[in-house]
Design a protein around this ligand. Structure first.
Ligand code: FAD
Length: 391
């Protein structure tokens, strides 16, 4: 590969971290790397929150402040501004999960609309995001996806879901910002995909505004992409995709086994990696029709994307290619890329401490289970601590 290996530069990676923030990050990843501790910690935290024990302060001072921007969108502003000074944009992610009432769905929509008002003023937030189940009941997506007929009350409810998507996507087009729609479990995703395709048809007429998400741990996603591409070319609209490996692997495999159907997940990590990289290749071949937001902490995939851009003569800051990482993770990728002028955005989760717990638990478990990832963070943090000591 012909691009320079830039991710080892810890001075650039951690330029925004004070010495004490560096220490806290090191301590946190050290804790997270101990699997039994995460298991016990997760159970104890869930219990403490349910029992209304006063643990919020402790959570805030540790995992929350590391992985989240704050409890409200305003809270996140200092982080957003600081990162933007280094060329890294923000995607404000209202990470409240598991709410299922109409009022809460409307509230989630209103939060996204409010963030879009921020975006209008702030160049640092060029992209909005929401989760399908933030705007409608899981059960409804599942029922729609199975092709079952909805009752008239359910149909009315579904129309409201469509209305929420439409309100956000229209505003994205009016304000010239992109909106990413996350992907979730495969057994609700078909209905979300169909809805997002409708939004692309309506709003991506000149350029991609609406982006769906492809989870490349699913072995059917390349076929899906090719078919969506054919359809878009025929009907004359552009496509936008966030591509990720996928966050629900254990759940997917367990359900498939329990219900006795073949798992939708690739047979191995290597197969997922190849699928992800094939997708990067495909999109870079068709940038005139498809824009890309590559959501990954994988260094090799990031190098591959840089290399593909170079080989195809795509400028670092071409608006059709973005790199994305999560706040609190892989700063060595984000800040070294932005240092070279690539488009980079970090998802900044925010919300009340107890409501973002499912998100935080996923991050802790992911960092425990992903072989190498925590080790890599620890090595880089330790390298930077040593570098600073020698100054
Ligand atoms: C900006 C951003 C947005 C995201 N949005 C979403 C989203 O909308 N929906 C979503 O589901 N996830 C999302 N994720 C999370 C993402 O799917 C991954 O869980 C996470 O990024 C880890 O993958 P990685 O590419 O960073 O790399 P790696 O650490 O190289 O890969 C780990 C991933 O590989 C896959 N994998 C691991 N072992 C196996 C195996 N044995 N067989 C097959 N596959 C395996 C799993 O997907 C696992 O998460 C997002 C991540 C980022 C950075």
């Amino acid at each position: 590969m012909s691009v320079e290996r830039i991710f080892d530069n810890t001075e650039v990676a951690f330029a925004l971290k004070s010495d004490s923030e560096l220490e806290r990050a090191y301590f946190l990843f050290k804790m997270i790397s101990i699997e039994p501790l995460v298991r016990i910690g997760t159970a104890a935290t869930n219990f403490a929150i349910k029992a209304h024990l006063p643990v919020e302060g402790l959570i805030r001072a540790t995992v929350f402040d590391h992985f989240c921007g704050g409890v409200s969108e305003n809270d996140c502003l200092p982080v957003i501004n600081k990162m933007y000074e280094k060329g890294v944009s923000s995607v404000l992610d209202f990470s409240v999960e598991g709410k299922e009432s109409e009022k809460e769905f409307d509230n989630a929509r209103d939060v996204v609309l409010k963030i879009m008002e921020f975006s209008k003023e702030l160049k640092a937030i060029p992209i909005a995001v929401f989760k399908p189940t933030g705007f409608g009941r899981f059960y409804l997506y599942e029922k729609m996806g199975k092709g079952e007929t909805l009752t008239s009350a359910e149909q009315e409810e579904w129309n409201k879901v469509i209305g929420r998507y439409d309100g956000v996507c229209k505003k994205a087009k009016d304000y010239n910002i992109a909106v990413l729609i996350d992907a979730e479990e495969s057994w609700m995703q078909d209905a979300a995909d169909a809805l997002v395709t409708d939004m692309m048809k309506k709003y991506n007429t000149e350029k991609p505004v609406v982006y769906n998400t492809l989870q490349m741990y699913r072995h059917d996603r390349m076929d899906f992409l090719r078919k969506e591409h054919e359809k878009a070319k025929k009907e004359g609209y552009k496509l936008g995709y966030k591509i990720v490996r996928g966050a629900y692997m254990e759940k997917e495999n367990e359900r498939a086994e329990e219900k006795g159907y073949p798992t939708p997940i690739c047979a191995s990590k290597l197969a997922t990696d190849e699928n992800f990289n094939d997708c990067l290749n495909y999109i870079l071949e068709h940038l005139e029709d498809i824009s890309l937001f590559a959501g990954t902490h994988n260094e090799e995939s990031s190098y591959l994307l840089m290399d593909l851009m170079k080989r195809k003569g795509v400028e670092h800051n071409d608006s059709r290619v973005w790199f994305g990482q999560l706040y609190g993770m892989s700063d060595h990728i984000s800040f070294n890329l932005s240092n070279l002028g690539y488009n980079v955005a970090k998802y900044i989760p925010f919300g009340p401490v107890k409501d973002v717990m499912p998100y935080l638990i996923r991050r802790a478990e992911e960092n425990t289970s992903v072989a190498g990832q925590t080790g890599r963070e620890l090595n880089l943090l330790s390298k930077e601590k040593k570098r600073r000591k020698t100054l």
